[in-house]
Design a protein. Structure first.
Length: 135
């Protein structure tokens, strides 16, 4: 078992990817590793992004649990005092979903964001077919 191997998840990290920080849950650690591998493959993550990735992984795991709660429990209920109450998962989802989307956009995890990031896929003297036709 090497430094970058997580035997339970069966994931081997690239050597340039930072280790998941200590003190995070196994679920968050797995999400951190999965997302980190994707971001390193895209070339949009550096070691400076570890704290943000931990927050993203935490949001993603929390959102998944909240969506599960929302699917199992009613949206609206009545408490002991007879007042209408809402499923707390609704508030959690409305607060965390925009933060998750913001992180995904910042790190190039959406199609629109990737279109703005130069991933070095074109050669410097590349001419598009449209440019070639107009010449």
């Amino acid at each position: 078992s090497g430094r970058w191997q997580d035997l339970e998840a069966g994931i081997i990290l690239p050597p340039e990817m930072p280790e998941p920080p200590a003190g995070i849950s196994e679920e968050v650690k797995v999400k951190f590793i999965e997302t980190g591998k994707l971001l390193f493959a895209l070339g949009t993550m550096t070691k400076c992004d570890v704290d943000g990735l931990v927050r993203y992984a935490t949001y993603a795991v929390t959102l998944a649990k909240a969506h599960g709660d929302l699917a199992r429990l009613p949206y609206v209920g009545v408490n002991k005092a007879g007042r209408v109450t809402y499923n707390p998962a609704i508030k959690l989802i409305t607060q965390l979903a925009p933060l998750q989307v913001k992180f995904e956009t910042e790190m190039g995890m959406t199609a629109a964001a990737r279109s703005k990031i130069n991933l070095g896929t074109k050669t410097p003297n590349h001419v598009s077919p449209t440019q070639e036709f107009l010449q």
